[in-house]
Design a binder for this molecule. Structure first.
Ligand SMILES: Cc1cc2nc3c(=O)[nH]c(=O)nc-3n(C[C@H](O)[C@H](O)[C@H](O)COP(=O)(O)O)c2cc1C
Length: 214
């Protein structure tokens, strides 16, 4: 076993003051996302953890790629019949989490989710590299499969079936739009006195801004 008691980092890169932040959290997200995109050591700034609630009352988290964000919310693509897909269909909610260690920042987003309109999923699917299209069509995501060969054989068969033809988007694969109703921005600070700014959507569709204790 390993004792990690002395493994700690001093956070002193930046700060987050009410006087600097945007009134709209999507705009604030954009500022931070651009910083993350421009930071060379952050190879996948759009990688986020997505947590969904399962039947046993325990959340389950996995990484997913953010594929766009708009004034409405955050878009990612997956298999609708996967474990996360089923959980989302049931609860219509998820928590998205970004951590950009070199910037000492995390963002936590609670959101209501719905499927993207079919034409938008079609458009994105058509823009993907052929290998990714085939992969999505071949994989019964989250199902138990007999072995690796099962996938390789299915891939080969599908490659032959669609040789020289466009691969249609599988009906069970597409996007989710996550509309935020709560977003927290966390900036690491010295002495564990971190900055935490919380935006909460009000009933009249405005954003209430508060500071949380670290
Ligand atoms: C960096 C990273 C990005 C990923 N992006 C996606 C993605 O965009 N969509 C997706 O369905 N799975 C993605 N995955 C795989 C998921 O983490 C997960 O294994 C898969 O979606 C099945 O999850 P589930 O069984 O909980 O539904 C990604 C994994 C990693 C590590």
């Amino acid at each position: 076993m390993e004792n990690l008691h002395d493994k700690r980092k001093i956070y002193d890169r930046s700060e987050l003051f009410e006087s600097q932040i945007k009134q709209n959290p999507i705009e604030q997200f954009r500022d931070w996302f651009i910083d993350a995109e421009q930071y060379p050591a952050i190879s996948e700034p759009n990688a986020m953890a997505v947590s969904t609630l399962e039947n046993d009352g325990c959340p389950r988290t996995r990484m997913v790629l953010l594929k766009s964000y708009t004034w409405e919310g955050f878009i990612f693509y997956t298999n609708y019949e996967s474990r996360k897909g089923k959980a989302i269909e049931l609860t219509k909610r998820a928590c998205l989490h970004f951590f950009w260690p070199p910037l000492e920042r995390q963002v936590i987003i609670k959101a209501e989710l719905e499927r993207l309109p079919e034409n938008l999923s079609d458009g994105y699917f058509a823009s993907r590299p052929r290998g990714s299209q085939l992969g999505a069509a071949v994989s019964p995501q989250s199902e138990v499969i007999p072995n690796r060969e099962y996938l390789e054989v299915k891939l080969k068969n599908l490659e032959q079936e669609y040789e020289g033809k466009e691969i249609p988007r599988p009906r069970n694969w597409g996007g989710f739009m996550a509309r935020p109703y709560e977003i927290e921005f966390w900036q690491g600070r010295p002495n564990r006195l971190h900055d935490r700014i919380l935006y909460e959507l009000t009933s009249d569709f405005d954003w209430k801004i508060s500071r949380l204790a670290p």
